[in-house]
Every structure is written in structure tokens, then in C-alpha cells.
Design a protein around this ligand. Structure first.
Ligand code: PEP
Ligand code: MG
Length: 323
């Protein structure tokens, strides 16, 4: 039975009426990448690259980063590997960047893509390492964090184009067809998702941040934890809006916030139309199991009821066993 369970965990997750949902892993280092594959991940939906930058006295070099991205890409083989560019600021500080000095509201400050656009050299070095790791049969994709405006998205893509042409000039090989996507984690990005979608290859919804920003409830403050909950109807409606905008532009839409690991919630998320769910490696097998037990029609029905609830509590009551 154990061997059978293991075999099942390594098969793609399909609803009982035949819809494939991609189940990817969130990882933060090389050991996690190995765990992700062992637990049956079809790919990595979010590589948080912050670990390379934190607790250091200087930023990681291109070579240092290349080595790590290559190691992870080797482990993933030709499975998708979505590398998110540096997302610090907020509650994560870098001692070697002076502009990170005391902000009154760091989560509303120079964070994620904002910080990288303020320090383009940091982004250029990271992009070079990612591009150089993308050769051979790997399937690396880039993902921008914290985008709130089209201007930021275009500025980031412009830097990527510059780096690509620099590499071409130096005859350094990279994947010319690499997909580039972005996280949806600011309310602004949801509001303009129809404008953003035609300019990227995919969206991945970061409900950890999206919930805190939509609900105006700090994700690190336990006193507002019930407010900053991805199952708040306000957040669910934003997920729906994002999926619709993405699909209208023919791009796939995934979700990589912690809520995706809440197995009982899978019917709601799948009913909202998400194509991919990315979770911590341990959650992969139970999530695949949950997906195999539902039909798209049932999931859509539950999702449409969830969108009409008056609280996150009543949304959970729809899917959690009574008592
Ligand atoms: C998110 O915000 O939901 C997310 C996945 O990114 P992080 O938790 O790293 O901010
Ligand atoms: Mg986030």
C-alpha cells in the first residue's frame, strides 16, 4: 500500500472528471528542491531566492548564484522551475543596502521589485545568473514579486532584455524562450490584471501578501490574523478576478500562498479556475489526493457559494467537516 501511495503521489493530479491541475512546490534552498521531487512535485512554483542574500555582509556574486540555480535545475531536470527575483524589504532587511534604513511602514515601503528597480545592479546580477542556469534541457522561468504598476513590470522586463542582449554579445548561451511571469500580490495588480496579463506568460497569486494588503491587516500581526486570511470573501473575489483576466489573455494562473496547502480548501481554489497550486513539499501528496476526489463542476459550485459568504469562517464551514 505504501508503494502504491508513493506511485500515486508521483503522478499528475487530475480531478475525477479529467482536469489536470499542476501541483508544484514552494522551495527556499537546494535541500527543499530534493524534498519537492521526493514528494512528487511536478515542478517548482516558487523558488524564494532571499536565502542567498540574507545574513551576509555583501550580496551574492553571479557565480555563487549560478551554482545554486544550476544545482536546483539539475535536481528538477526538465520540470518547470520558477525562480522569483529577490523579494526583500518589508520584514526582511539587507545590512549592505543603506536605502533599507528605517521605514515607518516597511511592508508599504521599498520592497520586492521596488527595491530591485532602485538597485538595478542587484537585479542585473541575479538575472545573469538565472539566464546562465537556463541552458540545456532545463525549464526555468522568471517571476517578479510585488508588481503594482505596469511601469514597474515594463522596467523589470527592460532590464531583462538588456541582460539578454549583453549575454548574446558575449556569446553566453541561455534559454531564448524562457517564460516570464509575475506574482499577483498587491490589490493594484488585481485591479489592472487585464492590462498586465498580455505582457506576461503567467500569473501566480501570492495570497500571503495579497490578503494582508487587501484586508489592511499585517501578515505578521497575530491580532489581525483572522482578518488577513486568504479565505476572506474579499480575497476570493480578487482571486476570481485575476483568473478571469489571465484566462482572457490566454495565460495560466497559479497560486503559491500558504492557503493552497489547506487541503480541504482545494475545491474552492480549483472552482475559482486556478491552473496550478504551489505548496510546501509535504503538502503535495495530500493535495493531489484531494484533487483526485473532486469534479470541476462540484468545485465550481462550491466556489460560487464561497464568493457569497459573509466571512472567512463561513467559507471554511463550507468545506470543513462539522464539529
Ligand atoms: C505570498 O505573498 O503569498 C508569497 C507566496 O510570497 P511570500 O510568502 O514569499 O511573500
Ligand atoms: Mg509575497
Amino acid at each position: 500500500a505504501q508503494a502504491e501511495a508513493r506511485l500515486k503521489a508521483h503522478q499528475p493530479a487530475t480531478t475525477s472528471d479529467g482536469q489536470h491541475i499542476q501541483v508544484f512546490a514552494n522551495i527556499g534552498n537546494i535541500a527543499d528542491a530534493k524534498a519537492a521531487i521526493n514528494y512528487g512535485a511536478e515542478g517548482v512554483g516558487l523558488l524564494r531566492t532571499e536565502f542567498l542574500y540574507l545574513e551576509k555582509t555583501s550580496p551574492p556574486t553571479e557565480e555563487e548564484q549560478l551554482e545554486v540555480y544550476q544545482a536546483i535545475a539539475e535536481i528538477l531536470d526538465n520540470r518547470p522551475l520558477i525562480i522569483r527575483t529577490l523579494d526583500v524589504g518589508g520584514d526582511k532587511q539587507l545590512p549592505y543596502l543603506s536605502s533599507l534604513s528605517a521605514e515607518t511602514n516597511p511592508f508599504l515601503g521599498v520592497r520586492g521589485i521596488r527595491l530591485c528597480l532602485e538597485h538595478p545592479q542587484l537585479l542585473i546580477t541575479q538575472l545573469k545568473a538565472i539566464l546562465r542556469a537556463s541552458v540545456k534541457n532545463h525549464n526555468i522561468k522568471i517571476m517578479w514579486p510585488m508588481i503594482a504598476t505596469l511601469t514597474e513590470l515594463r522596467a523589470a522586463k527592460e532590464i531583462l532584455l538588456q541582460v539578454q542582449s549583453e549575454l548574446r554579445q558575449a556569446s553566453i548561451a541561455f534559454d531564448e524562450n524562457m517564460e516570464v511571469g509575475m506574482m499577483i500580490e498587491t490589490p493594484a495588480s488585481v485591479a489592472i490584471a487585464d492590462q498586465l496579463a498580455p505582457e506576461v506568460d503567467f500569473f501566480s497569486i501570492g495570497t500571503n501578501d495579497l490578503s494582508q494588503y487587501v484586508m489592511a491587516g499585517d501578515r505578521t500581526n497575530p491580532k489581525v490574523a483572522t482578518l488577513a486570511d486568504a479565505l476572506q470573501p474579499a480575497v476570493l473575489r480578487m482571486i476570481k478576478q485575476t483568473v478571469q483576466a489571465g484566462h482572457a489573455a490566454n495565460i495560466w494562473v497559479g497560486l503559491c500562498g500558504e492557503v493552497a496547502a489547506e487541503t480541504l480548501v482545494a475545491p474552492i481554489l480549483i472552482g475559482l479556475g486556478l491552473d496550478e497550486l504551489s505548496v510546501n513539499p509535504q503538502a503535495i501528496a495530500p493535495l493531489k489526493q484531494a484533487i483526485s476526489q473532486l469534479t470541476i463542476t462540484e468545485a465550481q459550485a462550491i466556489a460560487s457559494v464561497a464568493l457569497q459568504q459573509d466571512s472567512a469562517t463561513s467559507v471554511r464551514e463550507l468545506v470543513y467537516p462539522i464539529g
